[in-house]
Unconditional design. Structure first.
Length: 729
């Protein structure tokens, strides 16, 4: 550090510019706490007069706000004088924060004692205090710029004239103080929704108001509503929107039918889950004289009933997606539309927006047509009923189903030849009693009947996107604003980690290049099918991929190996599909390109709401898994390590795929340290190592419904080669 020159003379004396020197000390080590004595020594003050001068400089800095007194006789640089950045708070359960700053490679760590009353999601200004281990920045919140509007779910603990709410979320480390006037009728022990109204400097806890009372914890409806509220998703429909939907006529005008392609005379049917109520897609098929087949993909014409700017459209746009929890569907549109007017129920005439293809016997597209139609569904099949027809060759419409299945399997084979990735993971389902209590866990199996529907929906989505997105010969400025479903190439580093991980199980992935990697992943998925390591490897393969999103900028869909792809086939449950229907109709009518910026904003909103809905669905599954394990405390189960963090090992049970955590602090046979580079934990003394995929045996020790968390004790691990159990206890 640069220092001022000493005064001339034989005796040690004060530096010529002690104020500059002292300020440089504070700024070089902004987190260090200095006393007047230490500053005097650093400035070379030897006499009482010189020490008084240093004391005066310190008091001037203090008065100017350049420094602050942090304890008796100790001073440090004030936040306003430090390097500051702005970012968004990610709070941990301990109260410590990570501030995510756009443009910075590493988040800024803030100790709980320096959080400055910041909460999860807040926009804050952070003063950088020092670089921690590995160059990670550490800081102190100096200003809360904007409070997050996030509301919190928790349980009320009442006193005489106030209450506290103990929050469920691990993103809130504080109880919330509720004054009597803000209780909104909430009673002791009830689960509620709380809005933060402020956090005065004089209070140890943030202050809130109760905005909704859900009911008694553990009640199924209470918990499902609480999960929706936790993710800021609606759990009821506005009455005025429902009333608007009721006013829509349920008859189809003859003039409207005359404007459409009439498909009522072609064999048409739906295939859906047994418990489905909203049938938004149907298939039709007939043989053509030339030996080809006409296949119609018919999608509910939601935009015939819902118009831009009306009340129903505004609500659907805000929701952006239906939400599927374990025991219920929260629809994007009112049930009169989703389960009634727009649902392609059998033996009813319905309005559709259709993609109709002429396919050769080898499933090659010869011609395509897009437009509005009227259909009549002859039969509603469940997936199991359609599967029975495929397997036996007998049953209703067996000829049509077998033909469509043959074409679908050819489309599927061609898709994989072109580099589409086959991710088919087990999907956990619950058998619930009348009160929503889980009786058993089972797994949805993907069969040919599911693939039949999937392949024709993929075909329609791809061809609609191609029709709008492809450059048109001889047409200047032929780019047309459209909503694409895009999926970027995988991250190189993540794929390298994945390659390294699968070698542990004896698998090799050597291919480079996008299509080669996709084919290699497919080969791997075939090899692991039905094996114990299937779930963990397929999970990690998915994690190594980018996330699919909506965008007006088309980069293609890597996972499906499509240059053009969109979502056209589910407008009842996805707002992007409604946007696609409107844009397609506009361009079919010869319209010019629409406002790109407007549609991009809607794409971003839809992508964000999709993530939020998926998080809520996972939370409901997690809740039911914990509830399922409540009567299994102290029982032992086999599983494998599915995740590793600095605080614990996550274990997924073999039979149910239920996941819980073994805390490192509870592994008392050694002191275990997280090895981030190798994604493992290792004992310091005995060097015993646990890594992803290891087979272990655990005991269930705790099931916390409020936190949706299972705690396990590690009982034994298994030698990877011999499978011999090695006791840990």
């Amino acid at each position: 550090m640069a220092k001022g020159k000493k005064t001339s003379g034989k005796e040690k004396g004060l530096y010529t510019d002690p104020a500059t020197l002292i300020m440089e000390l504070f700024r070089t080590l902004p987190d260090k706490r200095y006393s007047v004595k230490s500053l005097s020594a650093a400035a070379g003050a030897a006499t009482r007069e010189q020490k008084d001068q240093v004391r005066a400089i310190v008091h001037d800095f203090l008065r100017q706000g350049v420094i602050r007194q942090v304890s008796e006789g100790k001073y440090s640089l004030s936040g306003s004088q430090r390097e500051t950045v702005e970012g968004t708070v990610d709070m941990t359960s301990s109260g410590a924060l990570y501030v995510i700053v756009e443009g910075m490679d590493k988040d800024v760590y803030v100790n709980a004692s320096r959080a400055g009353h910041a909460l999860h999601g807040d926009r804050v200004k952070v003063a950088i205090t020092r670089k921690g281990r590995g160059g990670n920045p550490e800081g102190e919140v100096v200003e809360v710029i904007e409070r997050s509007p996030k509301k919190y779910v928790g349980v009320v603990e009442r006193s005489d004239n106030f209450a506290f709410v103990h929050v469920d979320s691990r993103k809130m480390a504080h109880d919330i103080f509720i004054p009597e006037r803000s209780l909104n009728g909430a009673k002791q022990g009830q689960k509620v929704l709380v809005n933060i109204v402020g956090w005065p400097d004089t209070m140890k806890s943030p202050e809130g108001e109760i905005v909704d009372v859900f009911g008694t914890p553990g009640n199924n409806n209470t918990e499902m509503h609480a999960i929706l509220a936790e993710f800021d998703l609606p759990y009821s429909y506005p009455q005025e929107v429902e009333q608007q939907a009721e006013k829509i006529p349920d008859t189809i005008d003859a003039k409207e039918i005359a404007r459409r392609r009439d498909m009522r005379g072609v064999t048409t049917f739906t295939i859906d889950p047994a418990d489905a109520k909203d049938f938004d897609d149907a298939l039709s098929i007939r043989r053509l004289p030339n030996g080809n087949f006409e296949v119609g993909v018919h999608i509910a014409d939601v935009t015939h009933y819902v118009h831009p700017g009306d009340m129903i459209d505004a609500e659907g746009q805000s929701r952006a997606t239906s939400v599927y929890l374990v025991d219920r569907t929260v629809p994007m549109l009112p049930e009169r539309l989703s389960n009634g007017l727009c649902s392609l129920r059998p033996n009813e005439e319905k309005l559709c927006f259709s993609a109709i293809f002429e396919l050769s016997p080898e499933a090659e597209v010869q011609q395509e047509w897009f437009g509005r139609t009227v259909i009549y569904s002859d039969r509603r099949f469940t997936y199991q009923e359609a599967q029975d027809v495929i397997e036996t060759g007998r049953g209703d419409l067996f000829d049509e189903i077998l033909l469509l299945n043959d074409l679908a399997q050819k489309l599927r084979a061609e898709r994989f030849r072109n580099g589409s990735i086959n991710f088919e993971r087990d999907e956990a389902k619950f058998e619930l009693d009348e009160n929503g209590k889980p009786l058993r866990v089972y797994f949805k199996e993907i069969k040919e009947s599911n693939q039949l529907i999937e392949e024709f929906m993929l075909l329609a989505n791809r061809k609609v996107a191609e029709f709008v997105g492809r450059k048109r010969k001889g047409v200047q400025n032929s780019d047309r604003t459209f909503v694409y479903r895009i999926h970027d190439k995988p991250n190189t580093d993540k794929m390298a980690q994945f390659r390294s991980f699968v070698t542990r199980f004896g698998y090799q992935m050597k291919a480079q290049g996008n299509k080669a990697v996709a084919k290699e992943i497919n080969r791997l998925m075939k090899k692991i099918h039905g094996r114990k390591e299937e779930n963990i490897i397929s999970t990690l393969a998915i994690r190594s991929m980018a996330k699919a999103t909506y965008s007006t900028d088309n980069i293609g869909h890597y996972g499906l190996a499509f240059d053009y792809y969109t979502h056209f086939t589910s407008p009842i449950r996805r707002y992007p599909d409604m946007m696609v229907h409107r844009l397609l109709a506009h361009y079919l009518a010869g319209g010019k390109s629409e406002d790109k910026e407007y549609y991009e904003r809607l794409c971003e909103h839809s992508s964000a709401m999709e993530v939020r809905a998926a998080d809520a669905e996972r939370a409901s599954i997690k809740y039911k898994m914990v509830e399922f394990m409540l009567d299994k405390l102290d029982q032992e189960f086999d599983g494998h390590i599915s995740g590793i963090t600095e605080w614990g090992i996550y274990v997924e049970l073999e039979d149910t795929k239920i996941e819980g955590m073994v805390a490192l602090r509870d592994m008392t046979d050694d002191f275990y340290v997280f090895d981030e580079e190798n994604y493992a934990v290792r004992g310091r003394e005995h060097k015993r190592t646990f890594t992803l995929g290891d087979e272990v045996r655990i005991r269930v020790t705790r099931a916390d419904l409020q936190r949706k968390q299972l705690d396990f004790d590690l009982v034994a691990s298994y030698d990877f080669d011999t499978k011999e159990a090695i006791r840990v206890e």
